[in-house]
Design a protein around this ligand. Structure first.
Ligand code: GLN
Length: 244
């Protein structure tokens, strides 16, 4: 009797184990930082945006379910390297430096850096005039890297874009350097803010996966190709950037 009980228990454990393993294999842990409107942002506590919909479509084509993880931008690459995430989609620029640590998919969006200023304190008029000023950036963003390279600039690093914008509104910084689409959004939502275009960099956004997971990057690329061909990508572009 005892033996039979043990056998049944072992069998059950095996079944439960393989079911949870199957479930585990179906789930993609996707990291983002939902402070980057319109790519990823919170609406009623839910992560929404262009990247979110694009990644959901990719996962659907791959037969996977997504479990979203919303963490600080600066923590995304370490979490991917520690295998706490399978994928990052976060308006992330595929820089040469980052390519040393992760595999990037094909690029899915091109942007550039812009400068936000407070119209009541218009002391900065172009990127090469940032030296000597207090400039807000977000920790680890490509904007941080570009501004930090300027001689004589006083860089103030913030954990998120919302915090940097608050500092600009309070005139604690003279300018904030940020990717074009979120910058345009902040300018639209805050009439006291002005926007200056720059040609400092061309930012190619791509989806990141682990260095040892080339197969996943290839599958994402295949899905991206399908979404391009079947019009889904264009529909999303229209939905999020149609009025620009
Ligand atoms: N494109 C910028 C970068 O990769 C900012 C990305 C983001 O804030 N989500 O650093």
């Amino acid at each position: 009797m005892k033996k039979l009980f043990c056998a049944v228990m072992l069998l059950l454990m095996g079944i439960v184990g393989s079911v949870s393993l199957a479930k585990e294999n179906k789930v993609l842990y996707v990291g983002t930082n939902a402070e980057f409107q319109p790519f990823e942002y919170l609406e009623d506590g839910k992560i929404v945006g262009f990247d979110v919909e694009l990644m959901e479509e990719i996962a659907k084509l791959m037969g996977k379910e997504i479990e979203w993880k919303n963490i600080a931008f600066d923590g995304l690459l370490p979490a991917l390297q520690a295998k706490k995430l399978d994928v990052i989609i976060a308006g992330m620029t595929a820089t040469e430096e980052r390519k040393k640590f992760v595999n990037f998919s094909e690029t899915y969006y091109t942007s550039n850096q812009m400068i936000l200023i407070n119209k009541e304190n218009p002391v900065v008029e172009s990127f090469d005039k940032l030296a000597g000023h207090n400039v807000g950036v977000i920790l680890g963003y490509t904007g941080d890297i570009a501004v930090s390279a300027i001689d004589g600039v006083k860089v103030q690093r913030y954990n998120g874009a919302a915090e940097a914008i608050m500092a600009l509104k309070a005139k604690k910084v003279d300018a904030v350097v940020l990717d074009s689409e979120p910058a345009k959004n902040y300018a639209k939502q805050n009439k006291e803010l002005g926007l200056i275009n720059t040609d400092v960099s061309k930012e190619e956004y791509a989806i990141a996966v682990g260095k040892d997971n080339k197969a996943l990057a290839d599958n994402i690329d295949k899905a991206l190709k399908t979404l391009n061909e079947n019009g889904t990508y264009d529909k999303l572009i229209q939905k999020y950037f149609g009025d620009k």
